[in-house]
Design a protein. Structure first.
Length: 332
């Protein structure tokens, strides 16, 4: 089983982010991931590809990934070129994760229409893959047209740069099966939603003649780990619940799950944490993770460690605890 993490986020915190990434690589983490949102103070990255370029040449082994970029905000040719550059700069250690986005204010910021964003996303993904792999690209879509062009440089390994696609809707799961190298679920869904979406995604793969067992099975989860259960819960209640109470549940985000089809109370820790968060001591987190391995079959866990206000020193402690007491239990 592989382990990744989402470290401190937000442009002003870049030095803390870099220190956490370097420690994670030193202690044996497999991957590090950046998210994209816009206009959120002291959280998220407006330019995750730029931030990853900053660590590509400071690291040697750890995989660098986006979880995720909002693809409708980019021209697909630019994404194809930037991803190829990151792949080269990191010597083949980059995974591009992408989804369609859901926040109206962000689409307004980019003057991009929310309508038909799924169709534009699908075209962009198809075009990006062609630009990565074909010497001369011909593409005549409803939104993008390319005639006899190519990009330089292209990614390593004959252009086959891993593309992981997120999303929860029926069409998103169909696109992930048809065009992605994996479906990467975000951290917000509880277990029953994860399992139903996974079953639908796997059915889509099988209809395409793809064996689900041949593809990675990643999963992003909210993680707060501390020496004791009491300390981990106190930190989670103080910081993690902000995302759910004020952002997802506060009417600002119009989240596709929280406050929509998932009516779990966002201000009650036990209700929102059940079958969703990994919070506790190393032993408790191992027990919670074992349930996800047994049910979901996760083989690449992405631990989201940063929430607004959580101290950098605490995240450094979490990285050490995970590396010393959780990762070894699942390296089998």
């Amino acid at each position: 089983m592989k382990f990744g993490f989402i470290p401190t986020e937000g442009g002003h915190y870049y030095p803390a982010f870099l220190e956490e990434v370097l420690l994670g690589e030193e202690l044996g983490f497999d991957s590090v991931w950046l998210e994209e949102h816009h206009g959120v103070k002291n959280h998220y990255w407006p330019s995750p590809l730029v931030a990853l370029a900053g660590v590509a040449t400071r690291t040697e082994r750890i995989v660098l990934g986006t979880d995720i970029i909002v693809l409708p905000f980019y021209h697909p040719v630019r994404v194809a070129e930037d991803a190829a550059m990151l792949d080269i700069m990191s010597n083949g250690r980059f995974i591009l994760g992408a989804a369609i986005g859901y926040k109206p204010d962000e689409f307004s910021l980019y003057q991009a229409p929310m309508e038909k964003r799924g169709a534009r996303f699908e075209e962009a993904v198809r075009l990006i893959k062609k630009l990565w792999t074909e010497e001369e690209v011909h593409f005549d879509g409803d939104y993008y047209q390319v005639e006899g062009l190519k990009i330089e440089p292209r990614p390593l390994n004959d252009g086959h740069l891993p593309l992981w696609l997120g999303g929860w809707g029926k069409l998103s799961l169909e696109r992930a099966a048809a065009y992605g190298d994996a479906w990467v679920p975000g951290p917000t869904a509880k277990l029953d939603k994860l399992l139903s979406s996974q079953a639908e995604y796997r059915q889509n793969l099988q209809r395409l003649g793809i064996d689900p067992a041949t593809l990675p099975n990643p999963l992003t989860r909210e993680v707060v780990i501390a020496p004791t259960d009491a300390e981990a819960r106190e930190m989670a209640e103080r910081h993690l619940l902000i995302n759910y109470r004020d952002e997802y549940g506060g009417g600002k985000w119009k989240h596709p799950l929280i406050g929509a089809e998932d009516a779990s109370p966002v201000d009650e820790f036990d209700a929102i944490a059940h079958d969703r968060f990994l919070v506790g001591s190393p032993d408790t987190v191992c027990t919670q993770l074992e349930r996800l391995v047994d049910t979901f079959g996760v083989d690449h866990l992405i631990c989201r460690l940063y929430f607004p206000g959580i101290p950098h020193d605490f995240i450094m402690q979490e990285i050490r605890l995970l590396a010393a007491e959780v990762i070894p239990a699942f390296r089998r």
